[in-house]
Each structure stands twice: as structure tokens, then as C-alpha cells.
Design a protein around this ligand. Structure first.
Ligand code: ARG
Length: 466
């Protein structure tokens, strides 16, 4: 238990029960807000001094004392009192212990309710930037790997049944689109967090002539909140972070699922680097794709964080309720999970090799060129529905005889339709199937290259610091 006095003890006739002390304390998980808390308090004290609400000398003493606390923290020299109620109480009590009277003036015109809202918003802004940077690195890798594999033909699937040939470069750029959307989601979450709530007080603003815009300016906020009740009750910016995190994890998880499949003996199209796989304690031959499996697994936990906070918030009457203290563990857990998953996933993907020959062989099976055979007939004037039927019947014949469409002789093709000519074989080659799909967004090398160039342009505008 802490020997620090409770800063709100005045109204109480006896100390809090040890069970409640332990139950309600958030310092084990909110101590990581200390930098935001100190910076926020320095800005608040500076403004109080400028406004003449407290003496300039007091503001200066507060600032010095807080800077000292922060530098000790960064140097690993600050002992955090785990018995403190939360990081805000800890910092204020420590400051007052060190500088005396002036420290007691810091909380003028402020409540812990707007203080915690401020701290979490500041932390969330940084978190969004940090995640966006990691996503940018992944995006760069996807572009690079896509360029390497513009000509690597592989089967594309629907219903996990072979559908049409595509390229690995095209597949990589599909994920690049998702990652660009993720970055936008985190940019939006950052913009939502970027609103300064101090001045909301406990719920009803304050009587002191604070300069809220000045505090916002000192802390680099784009705006100030416009309603004190909402200012202390709003955690939407965290929900936006958590939903961005959930969608991002869902994207990683889908790719992980594919890489797990591709590394199976059945697919044999991807080989994970030995540095990113693990073995079995009993089966000597095993090479398990743990990085992918854990990323897929941790997706569930991030969804859980989102659900936890949505559920915490759903029944809360305005304004602050202690339930809201539960926001932090969900937020930090999702953030920490992303900080682990993104670099691991990126490096795992960077070092994975793809079996081009096996991909090509696999793309040639399962009649992935049946649509192109129908399209060929359309080119010869046959209505698409009829062409589809002819192609389907040829596939049926091949299934029975265990052959591929390109194994059929021109006579056999003629039997199905008179419009077939010798150029059919070239028309249904895997290369032609891919290269003819050169519409914007298609798998042809030139179309994927265009999309790579657009992504590169996009990156210039969306770099986290711009
Ligand atoms: N530790 C609290 C939290 O995280 C700080 C706000 C406490 N406010 C209060 N009125 N008890 O939410």
C-alpha cells in the first residue's frame, strides 16, 4: 500500500478498504501515460500562469518539477508507487511532495476526468502514427514483392476452387490495397483523437478563465472539444483505433491463412524462411508456420478488445463513469498486439520464397482457362451464353477423360463448335489469359505496374509525418 495520502481524502472518515484500493487502482497499466500526463500538466500550468490564474513563479516551479520527474522516468530512475490510485494522482502527489505549495495549485480548473481524456488522446495520436509507420513499411514490402512477381503465374481462387490464372504480383497488390485502407483508418482515428478536452472539468466546464486554445496550441492539438459533457465521456477515438486495429488484423489474418495453406505439402507454393518457422518436439520433419498462426490467433484477441470497449461504453449515462477506466487495457492490448504482429509479419513475408514452377503447374490444373476459351468464341461472334455452354461441355469431357482443355485436338474442339481455329491454343495459354486482363485493376503485368505506381504516389501523400 502507498504511503502517499489520497488527494481526495477530505470528505472521508476512514481509509479505503485495501480490497478496494487494489481493485480500483489503474497504475499498473496507466503508468505508460506518464509522459502524456506530464506534458499535459506542463501545458495546463503554463496557461494558468499566463492567464494569471496562478502566479508565474508557481507555474515555473511546477514545470521544472514535472520536467525533473519525466527525465528521471526516462532515465529509469523514477520509482513508480504501485500503491497510487492512478498515474495522474501519482504525478501530482509526487510533485507536491517535492515542490510543496505550488504543486497543490496544478489542479486548478482541471478534473481528472478531462485530464485522463487528454492523456489518452495524446497517447492515441502517437499510437496511430506509430502503427501507420509500421504499415508503411509493410506496404513498401508488398510493392517490392509485387514487382518481383509481376510474371509469376499462380491460380486465383473463388470458393477456394481454382478460378482463373493471376500473378503473385497481382495478389500482393491486393493486400497493398488493404494496407492503404488501414493507414487511412489510422489517420482518421488520429484526427478524431486530435481534439483537446481540458477545460471540460469534471463534466460542466469550469469557472476559471482558462485559455483552452492556448493549451491546444502548446500540445499541438488541431481543435478543442465543444461540449464539456461529451469532452469527458467520449472514447469514440479509441473505438476508432480499435476498429482500425481489428480490420487491420483481419487483413493480416487472411494473408496468414493463405501463407499457411501455401506452405502445406498439398499446395507447396510457399516456403517460409527457417528463421520464421518452428519445429516439433516429437515429429522431426515438422516445420510449422507459427508466425502466421499466431497472427491469425491474435486477431481474435484484438476483436475482443474492440468488443470489450464497445460493451463498456454502451450503457454509460453521461458523463464520466469509472467503468471508463477499462478503456486503457483494451486499447493498450490492441496497440501492443499490432506492435508485435506487424514487424514480425513483415519480416516473415520478406523472407518467404515462392515456388514459381509449382505455382505455374498448379495454375494449369483445374481448367482456369475455361473462361478464356468461352471468350475466344465470343471473339468469333458466338453469344457469350452459348460460348459458356460450349466451354462447360468441353470441361465436362476433359474431367471424364482426365485431360486439360489445351490437350483437346482441333477436331475434338470443332465437334463442340465450328468457330474454333488453330489460334485457340495460344488464346488459352496461361500467359495470354493473364496478359489480356489489362484493364485498370487487372492482373496483366502492365496493369499491376500501373497500380504499383499509383500506390507509390499515394505513399508520398500519406507518409505519417506529412
Ligand atoms: N484512473 C481514472 C481512469 O482511468 C482517471 C479518472 C478518474 N476520475 C474519477 N472521477 N475517479 O479513468
Amino acid at each position: 500500500m502507498s504511503d502517499m495520502p489520497k488527494l481526495w481524502a477530505g470528505r472521508f472518515a476512514k481509509p479505503t478498504n485495501a480490497l478496494l484500493d487494489d481493485f480500483q487502482s489503474s497504475i499498473p497499466f496507466d503508468q505508460r501515460l506518464i509522459q502524456c500526463d506530464v506534458m499535459g500538466s506542463i501545458a495546463h500550468a503554463t496557461m494558468l500562469g499566463e492567464q494569471g490564474i496562478i502566479a508565474k513563479q508557481d507555474a515555473e516551479q511546477i514545470t521544472k518539477g514535472l520536467e525533473q520527474i519525466l527525465s528521471e522516468y526516462h532515465a529509469g530512475e523514477l520509482t513508480i508507487d504501485m500503491g497510487a490510485e492512478d498515474v495522474h494522482m501519482f504525478v501530482e502527489a509526487l510533485l507536491t511532495e517535492r515542490i510543496g505549495e505550488a504543486g497543490k495549485r496544478l489542479h486548478t480548473g482541471r478534473s481528472r476526468n478531462d485530464q485522463v481524456a487528454l492523456d489518452v488522446r495524446m497517447y492515441a495520436r502517437d499510437a496511430c502514427e506509430h502503427v501507420s509507420e509500421l504499415l508503411m513499411t509493410l506496404l513498401e514490402l508488398l510493392i517490392q514483392r509485387s514487382k518481383e512477381h509481376l510474371e509469376t503465374i499462380m491460380p486465383g481462387y473463388t470458393h477456394l476452387q481454382k478460378a482463373q490464372p493471376v500473378t503473385l504480383g497481382f495478389h500482393m497488390m491486393a493486400y497493398a490495397q488493404m494496407i492503404m485502407r488501414d493507414i487511412k483508418h489510422f489517420e482518421n482515428a488520429r484526427a478524431e483523437a486530435d481534439v483537446m478536452p481540458l477545460g471540460s472539468g469534471a463534466l460542466a466546464g469550469t469557472t476559471y478563465p482558462l485559455n483552452r486554445e492556448r493549451v491546444a496550441e502548446l500540445l499541438g492539438f488541431a481543435e478543442v472539444t465543444d461540449n464539456a459533457l461529451d469532452g469527458v465521456s467520449d472514447r469514440d477515438f479509441l473505438l476508432s483505433f480499435l476498429s482500425a486495429a481489428s480490420i487491420c488484423m483481419m487483413h493480416l489474418s487472411r494473408f496468414c491463412e493463405e501463407l499457411i495453406l501455401w506452405s502445406t505439402n498439398e499446395f507447396s507454393t510457399a516456403v517460409m524462411d527457417d528463421g520464421f518457422a518452428t519445429g516439433s518436439s516429437i515429429m522431426p520433419q515438422k516445420k510449422n508456420p507459427d508466425a502466421c498462426e499466431l497472427t491469425r490467433g491474435k486477431t481474435g484477441r484484438v476483436y475482443g478488445d474492440l468488443m470489450a470497449l464497445l460493451t463498456v461504453m454502451k450503457g454509460l449515462p453521461l458523463a464520466y463513469n469509472k467503468d471508463m477506466q477499462e478503456d486503457k487495457e483494451a486499447f493498450f492490448d490492441a496497440y501492443d498486439t499490432l506492435l508485435k504482429c506487424l514487424p514480425t509479419f513483415t519480416e516473415m513475408l520478406r523472407t518467404t520464397t515462392f515456388q514459381k514452377d509449382e505455382m505455374y503447374r498448379s495454375a494449369g490444373l483445374g481448367f482456369t482457362n475455361a473462361t478464356d476459351l468461352a471468350d475466344y468464341l465470343v471473339g468469333k461472334g458466338v453469344p457469350f451464353r452459348d460460348a459458356h455452354h460450349v466451354s462447360g461441355s468441353l470441361v465436362g469431357k476433359c474431367v471424364k477423360e482426365n485431360r486439360a482443355l489445351c490437350d483437346l485436338s482441333l477436331d475434338e474442339l470443332h465437334e463442340a463448335h465450328g468457330a474454333f481455329e488453330g489460334d485457340i491454343y495460344e488464346a488459352i495459354s496461361l500467359e495470354a489469359c493473364v496478359q489480356r486482363r489489362k484493364l485498370r485493376g487487372g492482373p496483366a503485368g502492365e496493369a499491376v505496374l500501373d497500380s504499383i505506381n499509383r500506390a507509390k504516389q499515394w505513399m508520398k501523400v500519406h507518409s505519417p509525418k506529412s
